[in-house]
Design a protein around this ligand. Structure first.
Ligand SMILES: *Cc1c(COP(=O)(O)O)cnc(C)c1O
Length: 480
């Protein structure tokens, strides 16, 4: 399989899976996407229904990796990743029925209690394999609003040939999230706490990646949500959830997904594009509702850092959804000129509007895509957490609550509704206590986490300062 850029020249030859695995943005500023999408046949879907998680992942991954990694080698990496030991059950992402037709897909049972482990654990093993193969080293540079960072660090800790430099918004994560990241003591993990929001962290990563000299000299790589392999890995649980919620492959389902960087729901969209019978993709935002506004009005207008609110579902406090460009690329019938133009308008005018007549086709495709959206606020979150507990004895985390709130708004009892559980409530104790009057359940493995010593470097929101810090760490400690 070859990969092309959303802003690249049409007809460009593209890159291999292994080379884009280790890169972040394309040199032209676009995102990598497969040169074409595989189509899953009815027969394949019928066979896949009976596969366990690793086997299903292997089928999907081989469609996107092609011959870049041999199937038997890939199988070893996948089997090592999706184990009961790491994810708590052989199902990996068990489906929980709240009531007939209303399900919770539990994708947050990995080591850091958020769905990001699903992709990141695989990425850790893929990275190690490819770097070893090519006798290379890599310094991962990433930005996190809380969950990506810890998930990446837990997937990469102690790995050969890899250092992680993770930017996080200082004091804008939950105490549990912060402790989870900052308590890691592995010498290949560097926590850079930035005085700013997640968007400032993400902007710094983008700015540093534009410095080609620095990027090459320090072997920078990415794990943030624009990494294609993460999207690929996340597709698997849409299939798994679909099979678990239905009797046969003629049924349709709706998925509801709490969204921030548009990575999770994009995986669902691509699953739908390649042939999974998904009817609706219900996108839920919190008070940072740029994406909801887009799907309702056609207006895409990312907010400034000052207008990005700190909310009680902090992993969605994002106003510039980095994966969104991949979706627009498809809706523009893969015309990179159109994408280029839209992003040009975005940087000049701060937004674009697809209801403008010249984008009529793009907007029509958006409306045909199956997406609907809604927004959930702190008050909704509290109410949903209480409702779920009273009705079903389930404690859900605030992000999951946002997804459930909007999911139920669009509920059609003729079609199963699968809400994705993106984190466990233990990570966000404060709002759970506010809603239920008691702290969330926490497994014994996480007792006392917040009182462990924390390791981080505090830095201003300035790319040059961050570069200096990376440079001195690498110069001091050398590459692993
Ligand atoms: C990352 C995250 C989200 C947002 O997912 P995107 O892929 O960025 O849209 C939602 N909930 C939780 C708990 C997360 O960690």
């Amino acid at each position: 399989m070859r990969y092309i850029s959303t802003r690249g020249k049409q007809g460009a030859e593209g890159k291999s899976f292994c080379s884009i695995l280790l890169e972040g943005l394309s040199d032209d500023g676009g995102l990598f996407v497969p040169a074409h999408y595989p189509k899953i046949t009815q027969e394949e879907l019928d066979e896949w229904r009976f596969l366990d998680y690793p086997a299903l992942c292997l089928e999907i991954a081989t469609r996107f990796i092609g011959n870049d990694i041999k199937r038997d080698e890939l199988k070893i990496l996948i089997d090592r990743t999706y184990s009961e030991r790491l994810f708590g059950s052989r199902d990996i992402t068990p489906l929980h029925q709240m009531e007939p037709g209303f399900f919770l897909l539990r994708v947050a049972n990995g080591p850091t209690l958020a769905f990001k482990d699903i992709a990141m654990q695989l990425l850790g093993n893929l990275f190690e394999f490819v770097l070893e193969h090519e006798s290379r080293t890599m310094n991962i540079l990433g930005a996190t609003s809380g969950d990506t960072g810890s998930s990446a660090e837990y997937a990469m800790r102690g790995k050969q040939r890899i250092n992680v430099f993770m930017l996080s918004p200082y004091r804008r994560m939950s105490p549990f999230q912060q402790a989870q990241m900052y308590s890691l003591a592995e010498s290949n993990i560097y926590n850079l706490a930035i005085q700013g929001t997640f968007d400032s962290c993400q902007d710094i990563v983008k700015a540093i990646n534009k410095d080609h000299h620095f990027k090459t000299q320090y072997h920078l790589g990415a794990v943030n949500s624009i990494n294609w392999a993460r999207i690929m890995a996340q597709m698997v649980y849409y299939f798994k959830g679909y099979f678990a919620a239905t009797q046969n492959n003629h049924e349709m389902v709706d998925f509801s997904v709490p969204s921030g960087n548009f990575g999770n729901i994009l995986a669902g969209y691509i699953a739908k594009c390649i042939g999974l019978p998904i009817r609706r993709l219900i996108l839920a935002t919190n008070e940072n509702d740029v994406l909801d506004e887009f799907f309702r009005t056609g207006h895409y207008c990312p907010r400034s850092v000052e207008k990005t609110y700190s909310t009680s579902s902090p992993s969605m406090d994002i106003s510039k959804a980095s994966n969104f460009e991949r979706f627009i690329f498809e809706c523009a019938d893969r015309d990179s000129e159109v994408v280029h133009g839209l992003w040009q308008t975005l940087s000049e005018k701060g937004g674009f509007n697809l209801t403008d007549a010249r984008y009529a086709k793009v907007w029509a495709n958006v409306q045909r895509s199956g997406f609907v959206s809604g927004r959930s606020t702190h008050v909704d979150r509290l109410k949903t957490i209480r409702d779920m507990f009273e009705r079903y004895k389930e404690v859900v985390d605030p992000h999951t609550a946002d997804g459930i709130k909007v999911g139920l708004l669009y509920r059609d009892t003729r079609v199963p509704l699968i809400c994705i559980e993106t984190a466990l409530p233990a990570k966000f104790a404060q709002i759970i206590e506010e809603a239920l009057g008691v702290p969330p359940p926490r497994s014994p493995a996480y007792e006392g986490l917040e009182s462990l010593p924390q390791h981080f470097t505090l830095l201003p929101a300035a790319p040059e300062e961050v570069k200096l810090s990376i440079k001195s760490s690498i110069d001091l400690n050398g590459q692993q």
